[in-house]
Design a protein. Structure first.
Ligand SMILES: Nc1nc2c(ncn2[C@@H]2O[C@H](COP(=O)(O)OP(=O)(O)O)[C@@H](O)[C@H]2O)c(=O)[nH]1
Ligand SMILES: [Mg+2]
Length: 309
């Protein structure tokens, strides 16, 4: 048995059946893995090995406590999918991440898709690696495998590709790839069990895929109004201004009276301007204090954070 080059699972061939089907037929199959496997991998990273923590700028986790708990190595924080976000104040974005108190030696904003800042990141890796291993960690779907593929494509003559997809848990086990004289190690990634991706079928998951830069949608809300976000969520808001940052295929509309749905209801008291985050879906900037009722698919945990823009 050897490891599948696409996802790390044990297989008799170079590529397992699932990766073969994703690559050749665009056919996806969801696999269930747990965070325990990833935590075991984290615990086994030596303090000497450099770690690249990959964060999706569109899906920033509420905290990094799990990662901080198990990881003692130096971290290069990589904020990716910059091509998708409609704000371009890089110093401000980088400064925003100070609040997480990660053990970072550098922070860089990149886009694997647009090859943005990959040269800079490559230099940082070369300068800061203290062993021949560099681990890529973060939440599932953050863009770890895409980043490794881009580094291999840019800086080696190798053609091997790790499987990437918009489905969670594409990478199943560690995958090692050689980047000249050192090894890049891809990992499955931590699962946020409160992320909406865990509760959607294939068709809905496809809607979450963001193909181009997000176009924010603003609403001035006078009196009591309802904002419907596809079948996924609905907000009851009074006298406020909001800006919605979500993928273009999500259907968003405003209603003046309530429609029945079987979503789970959460009441929020907003004290100051903040972002209301729906993990995996996007976020809504709420400009004024007030009460908001959010109806959401049961199991998804929304949260408020200081506004990033
Ligand atoms: N627009 C954009 N999409 C990206 C970027 N990096 C990754 N993605 C997409 O994000 C999804 C998850 O990527 P993947 O590399 O499989 O994430 P992983 O689970 O962390 O390995 C895929 O649909 C990728 O095409 C990026 O820089 N820009
Ligand atoms: Mg992956």
């Amino acid at each position: 048995m050897n490891k599948c080059q696409g996802c790390g699972v044990l297989t008799d061939n170079d590529l397992c059946e699932r990766c073969f089907r994703i690559k050749n037929y665009n056919e996806y199959k969801k696999v269930d893995i747990t965070s325990e496997k990833f935590i075991d991998i984290l615990k086994n990273i030596s303090n000497n090995d450099l770690v690249i923590l990959v964060v999706d700028l569109l899906n920033i986790p509420e905290s990094f406590d799990d990662i901080k708990k198990y990881l003692k190595s130096n971290i290069i924080l990589v904020l990716t999918k910059y091509d998708l976000i409609p704000f371009n104040n890089e110093p401000k974005i980088i400064e925003y991440f100070n609040r997480y108190e990660l053990n970072t030696i550098a922070t860089v904003v990149i886009s694997s898709k647009k090859n943005y800042h990959l040269d800079y990141l490559y230099e940082l890796i070369i300068q800061n690696k203290t062993s021949n291993k560099v681990y890529f960690i973060g939440y599932t779907n953050a863009g770890k495998s895409s980043l490794i593929n881009k580094l291999i494509y840019n800086y080696t003559t190798s053609k091997s590709l790790i499987t990437t997809s918009f489905m969670p848990n594409t990478t199943v086990d560690t995958i090692s790839v050689l980047l000249n004289d050192f090894i890049l190690i891809d990992t499955p990634g931590l699962i946020n069990k409160y992320d909406i991706v865990n509760y959607l079928d294939f068709k809905s998951l496809k809607k979450l895929v963001c193909k181009r830069k997000i176009r924010p949608i603003s609403y001035q809300i006078k009196g009591k109004q309802y904002i419907n976000i596809d079948k996924f969520a609905s907000l009851k808001i009074e006298n406020n201004n909001i800006i919605i940052y979500m993928p273009e295929n999500i259907n968003i509309n405003r209603l003046y009276k309530k429609v029945n749905n079987n979503l789970y209801s959460v009441s929020l008291k907003i004290e100051k301007t903040c972002d209301l985050v729906i993990p995996g879906l996007g976020f809504i900037k709420i400009m004024k204090p007030g009460n908001i009722t959010c109806n959401i698919i049961s199991g998804v945990k929304i949260f408020c954070r200081d506004s990033i823009i």
